[in-house]
Design a protein around this ligand. Structure first.
Ligand code: ZN
Length: 447
């Protein structure tokens, strides 16, 4: 029983700083659902964890969708009569409407106005807007700036291209002893936005880096792909091998100060759902667990009825529930290293559970074994083991119940139950059920 090699992982604070530094490198890049910004992002991530990059050509049919044309933008601005750039893509890449078609024109404010996007509810921020699947051009700016624009003539330039090309996704594969795979997925299609997007990328990149050095039982497939079209494309191309995926998590918005929120898989009681809830219940921090709904992020694709993988979504603030969402306020100051590090720790604790959730058989099931003579019982003066986990493990280890079942039913932490099982096994009182490693137990016990 190996599990996560905690000695190989820096403290939450240290790893949080490492994640934030990576985020700082990725932040200026203009990403979209296709194009060179995604490629550059994946190139930088591949310096943290090796990636296998795939390009899927424009026009490829993926289930009910068609891979769109590739978009790239070099520059974009609105200049006033003096030639001064009053809205400048180089200052903030959110200023250009995502997938904006090229334009180069002079026009009056009246004409320009229908291509300007602001958010009256948040008058000081530049909103993030896209027009992926209907052709348009435009600029995003703060409501305050929009209101102050003079009724004059402006030079309007979007130096972009929308051409046949490809979309890009990448996978990191961390092999374990078993072919069973844990799918960890995030999207990589937002421009300079920190929590809603970059936090998921840096968490999975750094998680992949540390997992790569460990002796693991399960194999890990870490997917970085553009939102929606990425998972749809990946699922269409990997449909024949989805049976290998025994657990999965979608990572997003993991760097803000809010408590952890876990959104269950469509199945609701998959082992991953129970592992996450068990970890959160014993971590001592506030958290929320919500049932699956067919809204939200890429879990919509992984949990569509014809796919139905055991994939939940583990975030802090769920997307679109925090005031900075999809705006220039979701920046490097909003996301803090300590929250990134804390989130990574939660992911590792969940993986530690699914790595070691074994089923055991009590080899001395007729009445309790005499623990005292084996040095396992807390005698006067204090032994090294708590009594309760030992008795729970001995009683429920009848070959049908996993350590997670026993933890849930007893209310004791998974770590305490696992330590008890390790001690009992070492004393010849317990044996792993043959073939139980990594097997989802048949019996489900709810707490
Ligand atoms: Zn978003």
């Amino acid at each position: 029983m190996a599990g996560i090699a905690w000695a190989d992982v820096p403290t939450a604070d240290e790893v949080g700083v490492e994640m934030h530094e990576l985020m700082r490198r990725l932040y200026p890049i203009c990403r979209s659902i296709s194009g060179d910004g995604v490629r550059e992002t994946l190139r930088i991530v591949s310096g943290i964890v090796p990636l296998d990059v795939s390009e899927v050509p424009t026009g490829t049919q993926v289930f009910d969708w068609t891979v769109p044309r590739e978009w790239n933008v070099r520059d974009a601005w609105i200049a006033d009569a003096s030639g001064e750039r009053i809205v400048d893509f180089r200052r903030c890449n959110l200023h250009v409407l995502g997938y904006s078609t090229p334009i180069r024109a002079q026009m009056r404010l009246d004409e320009l106005r229908e291509h300007l996007f602001a958010d009256p509810a948040r008058p000081d921020v530049v909103p993030f807007r896209t027009s992926y699947y209907s052709e348009n051009w435009g600029f995003c700016l703060s409501q305050r700036q929009l209101d102050a624009l003079a009724d004059a003539e402006y030079e309007v330039v979007v130096d972009s291209s929308l051409t046949d090309g490809s979309i890009t996704y990448a996978e990191a594969y961390v092999p374990g002893a078993s072919d069973d795979e844990v799918l960890l997925s995030t999207y990589c299609c937002h421009p300079s936005l920190a929590n809603d997007n970059l936090s998921g990328i840096v968490l999975l990149a750094v998680l992949g880096k540390y997992l790569s050095g460990m002796a693991l039982r399960l194999s890990y497939r870490i997917l970085f792909s553009p939102g929606s079209i990425g998972p749809i494309t990946w699922l269409a191309r990997n449909e024949h091998r989805l049976g290998r995926i025994t657990h999965g998590l979608v990572a997003s918005c993991v760097g803000d100060p809010a408590p952890i929120t876990y959104k269950r898989s469509r199945r609701g009681t998959a082992e991953i759902d129970r592992a996450v809830e068990n970890v959160l219940r014993h971590a001592g921090d506030p958290y929320h667990v919500v049932d699956f709904v067919p809204l939200g992020g890429d879990e919509r694709q992984f949990c569509s009825p014809g796919i139905d993988l055991p994939v939940g979504a583990l975030s802090r603030s769920p997307a679109d529930t925090f005031p900075q969402y999809h705006s220039s306020a979701d920046d490097l100051d909003f996301v803090e290293p300590r929250w990134l590090g804390h989130s990574l720790g939660v992911y590792l604790r969940v993986l530690d559970v699914i790595e070691t959730n074994d089923v055991y058989v009590n080899l001395n099931p007729k009445c309790e074994p005499q623990l005292g003579k084996r040095g396992l019982y807390r005698s006067i003066g204090g032994g090294s083991f708590e009594e309760a986990p030992l008795l729970w493990v001995l009683n429920l280890s009848d070959g049908t119940q996993s350590l997670l079942d026993i933890s849930d039913r007893s209310g004791l932490s998974f770590a305490a139950i696992r330590d008890a099982a390790t001690a009992l096994e070492a004393h010849g009182l317990l044996q792993q059920r043959e073939g139980s490693a990594g097997v989802v137990p048949a019996v489900t016990v709810t707490s």
